[in-house]
Write a protein that binds this ligand. Structure first.
Ligand code: ASP
Length: 439
């Protein structure tokens, strides 16, 4: 087996014209043999995604409400696709079967998966491809993790010549019940199929040309990232870069299969390629920032000599069930940075417990912090990266509240006041946009 796995997202399959565009893309390269479709997405801003309609259908049916609206919207969408693509695909027969099972399960997974299932059937007919139902070969274990036996089961089903269609988003539990990944999970299926089929490349076709170096709402026309390592992407996704489901890199990562994010509407654009190691000399590949953090600052003379101070801080966090993000320290100071949504209403309790258990000389809380990650493997052993970053912030008049660099030397995290988020990202982008590219 070899070839290319192509996952097509919902907006890339929203109507018949999009599906025809997919066929063009597949025809342009004979290696594109393993196709993973999402359910049809929105055709325009006010439209509904098929998956959302299926969740609604399930929810209403469980409450005994009239389901004719979601049901007929779904029927119309698939009938239109079948009609415009000249397929014999019997939408009504399939929907009747699904309707008969709508209240069978308390969980919505079976219903939610039907968008991918139906679209997969339809596309397989169109392409005269072999349809592979993930219910028969993508396995979850008893606690909902992917069972590695999946790769063997799937590989067997993907043997032989021609095209294969494997719908995204779902698999089955050991007792045969359909289970979905989290939303956007067809990206994960694509990665699993790429690995099981021994593909040399996983193309993820979507509605953007990949990742930009910075959020275009802050830096208009920020450059597209051509190449990014799995590790760099992981750091940037954590800060909110959402083009690809963040679990999608794991199945292919172990085998080093690259993921190429491509835009269906601009098929000639090379997109962003996610690789084990990158060739480009660009020092920083991306900058991502987000607001919504609170900083707890503690000061205590001789903190550096006190045994167990950090342990006490961490045990307070564990007892209050609060996850922390960063913990920059000085000689006599320790700051704790927590996401606001994680902190919820626990801010006062956290302060009280830290005061009680850690007995700092002083504790203060700074809300309204934004965190910015400047990411790039190119900064490893590169002199002057932090200097350049701090210089750019100083020049832009941004006060740096914290700075933290992990030992992997590929991500410098800075904390600034929320109102400084946009000017800070701008300044950092300006400083690194071309560094290494042209030097
Ligand atoms: N259709 C599913 C969703 O809307 C899965 C996917 O498209 O990846 O989340």
């Amino acid at each position: 087996m070899s070839g290319i796995t192509c996952k097509f997202g919902g907006t890339s399959l929203a109507d018949a014209a999009c599906v025809r565009q997919m066929v063009e893309i597949l025809r342009a390269h004979p290696g594109r043999r393993f196709i993973v479709p999402s359910a049809p997405g929105k055709r325009h801003a006010g439209d509904k995604k098929i998956t959302d309609l299926l969740y609604t259908w399930h929810n209403m049916a469980r409450q005994g409400l009239d389901v004719s609206e979601p049901c007929s919207l779904i029927a119309e969408r698939f009938s239109e696709l079948a009609r415009e693509l000249n397929l014999t695909f019997d939408v009504d027969a399939h929907l009747n079967e699904i309707a008969a099972r709508v209240t069978d399960f308390e969980e919505p997974d079976f219903m939610a998966s039907r968008g991918e299932y139906l679209n997969g059937r339809l596309i397989a007919e169109l392409l005269e491809a072999t349809f592979v139902d993930p219910a028969e070969c993508i396995r979850f274990d008893g606690i909902g993790r992917l069972d590695p036996v999946t790769y063997k089961l799937l590989a067997k089903r993907l043997e032989g010549p021609g095209l294969f269609v494997v719908p995204g988003f779902y698999g089955a539990t050991p007792d045969g019940h359909i289970k979905t990944f989290s939303r956007g999970g067809s990206d994960i299926t694509g990665s699993i199929v790429a690995r099981a089929s021994g593909s040399s490349l996983y193309e993820n076709w979507t509605d953007v040309c990949g990742f930009r170096m910075a959020d275009p709402r802050i830096v208009r026309d920020a450059k597209w990232i051509e190449e990014i390592t799995y590790q760099e992407l992981r750091e940037l996704s954590y800060m909110g870069a959402t083009v690809l489901h963040d679990e999608a890199i794991f199945p292919v990562r172990e085998l080093g299969i690259p993921i190429n994010i491509r835009n269906t509407k601009e098929p000639d654009h090379p997109g962003t390629t996610i690789v084990p190691r990158r060739e480009s000399r660009q020092v920083v590949c991306g900058i991502a920032g987000r607001a919504g953090f609170t900083m707890f600052n503690m000061e205590k003379t001789f903190m550096n000599k006190e045994r167990g101070f950090g342990l006490r801080v961490l045990s307070v966090l564990e007892e209050l069930d609060v996850a922390w993000e960063h913990m920059p320290t000085g000689i006599d100071t320790l700051s704790l940075i927590v996401r606001d949504e994680e902190l919820g209403q626990k801010g006062d309790a956290l302060r009280e417990e830290l005061t009680e258990r850690c007995k700092p000389d002083n504790i203060s809380i700074t809300p309204g912090i934004a965190i910015i990650a400047t990411v790039g493997v190119g900064m490893n052993h590169m002199i002057g990266v932090a200097a350049r970053l701090c210089g750019a912030l100083a020049e832009a008049g941004v006060n740096l509240r914290v700075i933290d660099q992990g030992s992997s030397e590929m991500n410098i995290i800075v904390g600034v006041e929320e109102r400084d988020l946009a000017p800070a990202v701008h300044a950092i982008y300006g400083a690194f946009e071309d560094w290494g590219r042209t030097d």
